[in-house]
Design a protein. Structure first.
Length: 292
C-alpha cells in the first residue's frame, strides 16, 4: 500500500467515524427518521451526479430486485436503527459496536454461503461476543435509560450489513460495485420516503442539525462511497476492509473532542476485545496489507 492509498484509507475511516458524531448532532433535534431519510436521499442525489459526470455506470432496470434488497438491508434498516440508537448512545459506543459487522458477516457466511469458520475465526467470534458483553454490562453509557434497546438496535444494524454483504457477494457478478451502491441508495430512498409522511412535525431545526444531515448525505455517504471504491480499485477489497479497525478510533476521537464524551477503562477493554475478535474472525493479517 503506497502513501496515497494509506492516506485515503485514513480519510475514509475519519469520515465514517464522523457519521456517529453527525447522528448525535441531528437525531436529538430532528428525531431518528428525518436524518436517516435525509442522509439516504442526499447520498442518492450525490451518487447520481457522480454517475453522470465521472463514473458513467448506468443502472440496469433488470436489477431492481437486487437494488431493493440491498437498499433495505444495507441502507434503510441500518440507518434507521442507528437513528434510534443515537437518541441514547454516545458516538463512541456506537462506533465501537459498529465493528461487530464482520463478526456477524462470518456467521452469516457460514450459515448462508456454507463458508465454515476456522478454529481461529470461531475464537474470534467468541471473543467479539465477550467484548460486546463487556460493553453492555460494564460500560457506563449502557446504564442509561433505554440503552439496552439502543444497543440491540445497533447490533440489528450491523447484522443487516452482514446480510447485505453476503447477498452482494452472491450476486457480485451481476452488478458492478458502484452501480449496486448507487441503485440501492435510490431504492432505500423510495423505501424510506413514506416514513416521512407519518413523521411528526419537527421543531425548528438548528443550523447545526441541518448541517449534520447534509454532512451525513454528502460526505459520509456519497463522497465516502466514491473514496471506498477508489481504494478497492487501487489496493483491493481485503486491505480496504481494514477501515473497519480504524472507524472506532475516529468515532471515539470525534466524540471525545467535539461532544465532550468520556470513555472509561471498560470501554477500552470492550473495544479491544471486539477489534481483536473481528481481526481473528476475518482472518486479518497486517503483513498482507500491501497485496491485492
Amino acid at each position: 500500500m503506497n502513501t496515497a492509498s494509506a492516506l485515503r484509507l485514513i480519510l475514509l475511516a475519519a469520515i465514517w467515524g464522523a457519521s456517529f458524531l453527525f447522528m448525535r448532532l441531528s437525531v436529538p433535534v430532528l428525531g431518528p427518521v428525518i436524518p436517516a431519510a435525509g442522509r439516504v436521499m442526499v447520498g442518492a442525489a450525490f451518487l447520481g451526479t457522480a454517475a453522470l459526470l465521472w463514473v458513467r455506470t448506468p443502472l440496469q432496470r433488470t436489477h431492481w430486485r437486487h437494488y431493493a434488497i440491498l437498499g433495505l438491508f444495507n441502507t434503510a434498516l441500518p440507518f434507521l436503527c442507528y437513528g434510534l440508537a443515537a437518541r441514547t448512545l454516545t458516538a463512541s459506543l456506537m462506533s465501537i459496536l459498529n465493528a461487530t459487522t464482520p463478526i456477524w458477516g462470518a456467521l452469516v457466511a457460514a450459515v448462508w454461503l456454507g463458508v465454515r469458520p476456522t478454529l481461529k475465526a470461531a475464537c474470534g467470534l467468541l471473543l467479539g461476543v465477550v467484548g460486546v458483553a463487556v460493553l453492555v454490562g460494564l460500560d457506563s453509557a449502557s446504564s442509561a435509560p433505554g440503552a439496552g434497546w439502543a444497543i440491540a438496535s445497533v447490533l440489528v444494524a450491523t447484522f443487516c450489513y452482514a446480510l447485505a454483504s453476503s447477498y452482494g457477494k452472491r450476486h457480485a457478478a451481476q452488478m458492478p460495485p458502484f452501480a449496486a451502491a448507487h441503485g440501492s441508495m435510490w431504492a432505500a430512498s423510495a423505501l424510506m420516503a413514506p416514513l416521512l409522511l407519518w413523521q411528526p412535525a419537527a421543531p425548528v431545526a438548528s443550523g447545526i442539525a441541518v448541517g449534520a444531515v447534509l454532512a451525513l448525505g454528502v460526505v459520509c455517504t456519497g463522497a465516502a462511497y466514491l473514496l471506498y471504491f477508489r481504494l478497492v480499485q487501487d489496493i483491493g477489497p481485503a486491505p480496504t476492509l481494514t477501515v473497519t479497525f480504524l472507524i472506532p478510533v475516529f468515532g471515539v476521537l470525534w466524540g471525545v473532542l467535539l461532544l465532550g464524551e468520556t470513555i472509561g477503562h471498560h470501554t477500552l477493554v470492550g473495544a479491544a476485545l471486539v477489534l481483536v475478535g473481528t481481526a481473528l474472525a476475518t482472518g486479518f493479517d497486517p503483513r498482507k496489507l500491501g497485496r491485492k
